[in-house]
Each structure stands twice: as C-alpha cells, then as structure tokens.
Design a protein around this ligand. Structure first.
Ligand code: GLN
Length: 544
C-alpha cells in the first residue's frame, strides 16, 4: 500500500517546493523506500510545451515524451527515478479530457461539474499508474488561496478521507520572514497560510518553514501552538549554500524522521546518506576550476537552462572541478569578430544549447566557428548541433546554408521533418500544424559508429537512448559534403535516416548532438558527454 505525501505551499511562490519534494523523496529513498514524485500544475495550458522559457523556465522532457514542469527535473536528479507522462498533470489537461468525454456523450446526460468530475479526474491521476511503491509525493503548484488551485486542494481533502487514516500526510511549505527594522522573525504569515489551508479542509501535519535566519525554539513553539502541530513538526528550512546540500540539511532538521512518525512508522532503517555526502564533498571541495561560455538566447533567466546548468555542475563533480558558467547572449555576437574573440577567449569550453527561432542564430554560428578554428572544446546541443552543421556547410562553400526554421533558404542544411518512426509507428507532421506536443519528443535510440570519439565517450556503446525535443533535423542530403569538410556523422537514427551526432576528428573535442543529454544527467551519475566536455575544458585550461 503506497502512502501519499501532499505538498502545498503558502505565503509566497518560489519557496522551492519542488526541491523540497525532491529532497524528502531522496531521504526516504536513502532509507530503502521506493518513491515516486508527481506534480499537479493548476494552470490552463495542457502542458508547458508552448510556454516561453521566460514565463515558465525550462520544459523538462521525459523518456515517454511528455513536456513537463522543470520540477520533474529536480525529482529525477535527486532520486534517479525516471519521470513519466503520468507524473505531471495540469488543469488544462484535466479539462481537455473532461470536455472531450462530454462531447462524446460519455457522461450520459449528467451535468458536468468541478465537483465531482474535475476532482475525480485529479484523484484518479494521483492514484493511477503506480507500481509497487512505498511513497508517492504529490506537489501542488502555486500557493494556497489561488483560485486556480482550489479543485486540487478539494481533491486532496477528499483523498485524505477516501484513503486509510494513516495513509496520507500533508506537508505545508511556508515562509518565516525576517524584518530587519524590528530585528525579528515573523510567524504571522505562516499562521495565516495554515488557516487558509485549514479553511479548505486540510490540516497540515508537517510545516517546513523557509527562513533566512535560524528560527529560535520559542518561535517554533509559537508556530506549533497557533498552527495546531507538534513543535517537532515545525521544521526550519534555512537557505542552503547549494541545492545539493538540501537533503542533508533537511535530514539534520528531522524532516524525514518527522514525516515517518506522522505515518506511525517508528522502525524505519537509518538512511544511507553516503552518496549525498560524496556529492556535496565533490561540490564544495573542488580541486580546480574551468570556465564554460554558454552562448544562448534565454541567458537572462537561469531557470530557462536548469538541466543544462545542473549537468555542467555534474560534469564538474565527475572531474572534481568547479564549473564557472558564463551566460552569453548570442545576439551580442552578431556584430564584429573582435567582440567575439574578446568574449570567448577566456573560455575553456564553448557550449551552444538548444533553442528556438532565428534570433541570435548568427551569433551562435560565429561561436561555433570560433571554437572550431581556435581548437576550443565545443559542445552543441539540439539547435547548437544544427548550427554546427550550418557553420561547417558554410565552410564547405554553401554560403546560403541555414535552417528552414528561420525562413526560406536555398541551402536547407536543417529542415523540418514531416515523417519519422517512433515506437508507436510512423509519425507525420506538416508545415503550419499545431505547435503543442507535435515535436519529436522523448527517448529515441541512436546507433553510434564503432571507434568514434562519441562511442568512446559512451564507454564503447554502439546503441544509446537519449531524449529529444525538436521539430527540425539536419538534412541527410548534406552528409556527404559535410563529411568531406571534416564533420563526421558518428550517430544516426536506427533506420540511418536522421543524423543524431556529429564530431570532428581534427579537433580536440567537438561534439554536436540532436538530443538533450542534460535531461538524463544526475549528480550521482554525471552524463558521460558532460563529464567528457568538462574534462576537455580542464585540458584546455592547462594550455592557456
Ligand atoms: N529549434 C530547433 C528545432 O525545433 C531546435 C530545438 C531545440 O534546440 N530543442 O529543431
């Protein structure tokens, strides 16, 4: 029987509920329990796939091709459990399914209402698709009191009655602000937030109180008294020096022990936290450092490249070095070559990440050229790989080489794919079709050429599986001229039609991949491409 932990947030948004859920799950896992984490997003988009990264941060893609909230990335990185389509739901998806059923006549003449139809659908989502699990953590997006989240709160309230008495637990994340003028921590916002939650019929069992200053015992007792919980259930959650120290920090504050006590579990095994100790040791005690320039479009908002940022950190952990990331706006490179040189010369590695649209593309191509001609380690991901191919094509004499994503071009080195094979069979798309959920999404295999640089990076593997999220592909018609120019296509789709990986044997480290390896990197298991790239950057740092 799986136990449910419902995680809500109060007072303000951005308290790091996702990280908290991931950390709690990691601690339970360290005690030997099987966990899964789910995210309930109250907004009306069917999924975040069409939202701007500036609005919503990165779109995280699962193996089974769901475009999901970036919190699912935290969940995977902290627990190693691969998320699935069934781990993220939005109000938009619930309503879309209900309205489709209504149109089909499935409700047999009934009036379709928020209660019970919407709440039943949410409850079903929480209960569905679970294997033999010990704990399912359900994080509710937004802040208690939001109009949009009401059906989710109601569904939790009902579930707590539907399930066994000791089968569910409510964790509420709040803020205990410090008012400098008064020199005091304030508990009132937490009290109000808990009252709001209680008015929806949910009594929290554990309060996780985010604070910038230590919460004295007296204040903890006060929160406990006013909020109707035990003092031990008021867990201080002070700002952490790194996200990777959060699980150990919460453990020290007693979070996992208190959650288990809430379920009446008193004989839980002690957690094995050696993996986390190793990760924090590698993070806090590096033996060197490298600087990586990431030339992209959404550089003003680090959340837009969340997984990429973490994967670079993991690559650093693998090599025991600190990775300084310099976020560089590709658009500033559309000017002169001397600007490019002065910005990129201090870099030990250059990475052009995934992206959409023409803006900044010439700057990205110029960065590829800089990395190629100056022998600086280069890593191109998705759009970055496409731009590497365009750069080589221009070098090969195709002056007009471009991607059809940026408009009509005489040399479509990158073009839209209208047909490809997936596990479900042939997929077809046409120009001008819907944007939502129609890309090549999720895990696809690639065959690697034996003895290629990339196959060595993957430990000699000849077949790999990586996650995709793109609409355009490098045009196979250009493979021959590009290979003559020195670019090797060392990874292809199993049917041999779609280029997956390019590399340059004439360069110290030059790899472009059509997929997103950053989505599968974990602190305990850094992705080999990132570990390899950072190792090459370390070599480069010794040269300059
Ligand atoms: N815009 C490109 C495409 O759709 C690349 C996408 C990406 O980088 N994720 O193919």
């Amino acid at each position: 029987m799986a136990r449910y932990i419902f995680i809500t947030g109060g007072v303000v948004s951005s308290l790091g509920k996702g990280l908290m859920a991931a950390s709690l799950a990691a601690l339970l896992q360290a005690r030997g329990y099987k966990v899964r984490i789910r995210k309930f997003d109250p907004y009306l988009n069917v999924d975040p796939g069409t939202m701007s990264p500036y609005q919503h941060g990165e779109v995280y893609v699962t193996d089974d091709g769901a475009e999901t909230d970036l919190d699912l990335g935290h969940y995977e990185r902290f627990t190693g459990v691969s998320a699935r389509q069934s781990d993220n739901i939005t109000s938009g998806r619930v309503y879309r399914d209900i309205i489709a059923k209504e149109r089909r006549g499935d409700y047999l003449g009934a009036t379709v209402q928020v209660i019970p139809h919407v709440t039943d659908a949410i409850k079903q989502f929480a209960l569905d698709d679970q294997e033999d699990l010990d704990f399912i953590l359900c994080e509710i997006g937004g802040t208690v009191g939001d109009i949009e989240s009401l059906p989710f709160m109601e569904a939790i309230r009902q579930l707590r009655n539907d399930l066994e008495p000791m089968q569910t637990l409510s964790v509420h994340v709040t803020l205990v602000p410090y008012i400098a003028a008064a020199g005091e921590l304030k508990t009132k916002p937490t009290q109000h937030s808990v009252r709001e939650l209680a008015s929806l019929g949910i009594k929290p069992d554990v309060l996780l109180c985010r604070a910038e200053h230590p919460i004295p015992d007296g204040e903890r007792q006060k929160i406990a008294n006013f909020c109707n919980v035990r003092k031990e259930s008021v867990i201080p959650a002070l700002d952490a020096p790194s996200i990777y120290s959060v699980p150990l920090q919460y453990h020290q504050e007693g979070l996992d022990a208190e959650v288990l006590r809430g379920f009446g579990i008193t004989d839980a095994p002690e957690p094995d936290l050696s993996g986390w100790a190793d990760v924090t040791d590698r993070y806090f005690n590096p033996e060197g450092e490298v600087t990586i320039g990431v030339v992209g479009k959404y550089v003003g908002l680090p959340d837009a490249y969340k997984s990429l940022n973490e994967a670079l950190v993991h690559g650093g952990m693998a090599n025991r070095v600190k990775v300084n990331i310099k976020w560089i706006d590709a658009e500033v490179f559309e000017g002169s070559d001397s600007d490019i040189a002065s910005a990129l010369e201090p870099m030990h590695g250059i990475l052009v990440p995934g992206g959409f649209g023409e803006r900044g593309s010439e700057g990205k191509i110029a960065s590829v050229r800089f990395a190629r001609t100056r022998n600086v380690p280069f890593f191109g991901i998705c759009l970055g790989m496409q731009m590497a191919c365009v750069e080589s094509a221009r070098e090969a004499g195709f002056d007009k080489a471009s991607s059809t994503e940026f408009g009509e071009t005489g040399e479509p080195v990158v073009g839209i794919i209208s047909e490809w094979m997936s596990e479900e069979g042939i997929q077809q798309r046409e120009e001008g079709g819907d944007l939502g959920g129609t890309m090549r999404l999720g895990a696809y295999e690639a065959k690697l050429s034996a003895n290629s640089h990339t196959s060595r990076i993957y430990d000699g593997a000849t077949t790999i599986s990586e996650r995709h999220r793109h609409r355009y592909e490098v045009n196979a018609a250009y493979i021959e001229p590009l290979e003559r120019q020195g670019l090797v296509f060392s990874g292809m789709s199993p049917d041999g039609l779609l280029p997956e990986i390019v590399e340059r044997p004439d360069h110290p480290w030059f790899v472009g991949v059509q997929f997103h390896p950053e989505l599968k990197s974990r602190p305990f298991d850094p992705h080999p491409l990132f570990a390899g790239f950072i190792s090459a950057a370390l070599e480069q740092s010794r040269l300059v």
